[in-house]
Write a protein that binds this ligand. Structure first.
Ligand code: THG
Length: 293
């Protein structure tokens, strides 16, 4: 079972962005209800950087959503003032999304985690920006967990996010993400994890994105992924996360093991997963027509 955090309540959305700015509750509540009905475990409230009056906006979104659902909330902002405003009114133990290792943010962010007894996503983004490989991710994770523990935050409240990047941009970063995930329990026992699945398919034609996102999830499950930030309205993804697709998981994990998998014995859906897994391991080169070759 992988916990799903619905990504759809997002200020970048053409309908929800204006609704948030105008404090129009209708569209925001409709989306929150729809995500809850789709069966997701957390609703991500993505208000962006929210530089101006982010605290008022976050508080309004939290209260507005809580009027229609008691699904736990993930407060998605880099603005720590907005984050605290949300923590003050969040009813169920919320998830802070996220605190990076940028020196000006880390200390204050972890103080909020402790003060409000929240869960926190430790985003592996350091003083020098994006980690370049699995080792840099490990160093950042160790640093984050050490600082959090020092402040009395236990590992089970920490959800490490290795940062997923588009497969169409740089396959080595995708491989580094997997390699890091394979080491996480050794370097930080008891820590949880999360990955933004849609990041992997950014820049990919919209109708093909779900195939990448689903196979990516299956591959991360191999390493015990705890949770994923994802499209709440992909029922197939929900099935995979809930453990209802064991035969799909098995065939993808065989590809990851380097076992010979012959396409002739598989159905169409399994073939798509196998082709996609071969792209995500780096065995095949990505192109927008990867499913056809
Ligand atoms: N890690 C963590 N938090 C995150 C991310 C992550 N938060 C933001 C992002 N990544 C996850 N959220 C989204 C939200 C929307 C989309 C992708 C990731 C998306 N939206 C569609 C688009 O842009 O085409 C549709 C937008 C709309 O609703 O109109 O792809 O990695 N910790």
């Amino acid at each position: 079972m992988t916990i799903l955090i619905g990504e759809n309540l997002n200020i970048m959305s053409k309908t929800l962005g204006p609704a948030m700015k105008e404090r129009n509750p209708g569209p925001v509540q409709a989306m929150a209800r729809a995500e809850a009905e789709a069966g997701i475990d957390y609703i991500d409230l993505n208000i962006g950087p929210a530089r101006k009056a982010g605290d008022e906006l976050m508080q309004w979104v939290v209260k507005t959503v809580q009027e229609v659902t008691d699904t736990p909330l993930s407060l998605d902002t880099t603005n720590l003032v907005a984050m605290e405003a949300g923590l003050k009114v969040a009813a169920n133990k919320p998830l802070m999304n996220s605190i990076s290792l940028q020196p000006d943010r880390l200390e204050r962010g972890l103080e909020l985690t402790r003060q409000y007894n929240a869960n926190v996503i430790g985003l592996l983004w350091g003083a020098e920006g994006m980690p370049r490989d699995a080792n840099e991710r490990c160093a950042l994770a160790v640093d984050f967990v050490y600082r959090a523990n020092q402040m009395g935050i236990p590992n089970e409240s920490i959800w490490i996010d290795p940062i997923a990047t588009p497969v169409s941009v740089e396959i080595n970063q995708v491989k580094a993400c997997f390699e890091f995930m394979s080491m996480l329990q050794d370097i930080a026992p008891g820590c949880k994890s999360t990955v933004g699945l849609s990041n992997i398919s950014n820049g990919t034609p919209a109708h093909l994105r779900p195939f990448l996102n689903r196979t990516f999830l299956i591959m991360l499950m191999r390493y015990g992924l705890h949770s994923a930030i994802a499209d709440a309205f992909d029922p197939e993804l929900k099935h995979i996360a809930s453990g209802n697709r064991p035969e799909m998981v098995e065939v993808v994990h065989r590809v990851m093991d380097g076992a010979a998998v012959s396409l002739g014995s598989l159905n169409e859906e399994q073939i798509r997963h196998v082709k996609t897994a071969r792209v995500l391991t780096g065995e095949s080169l990505y192109s927008h027509s990867w499913l056809e070759v």
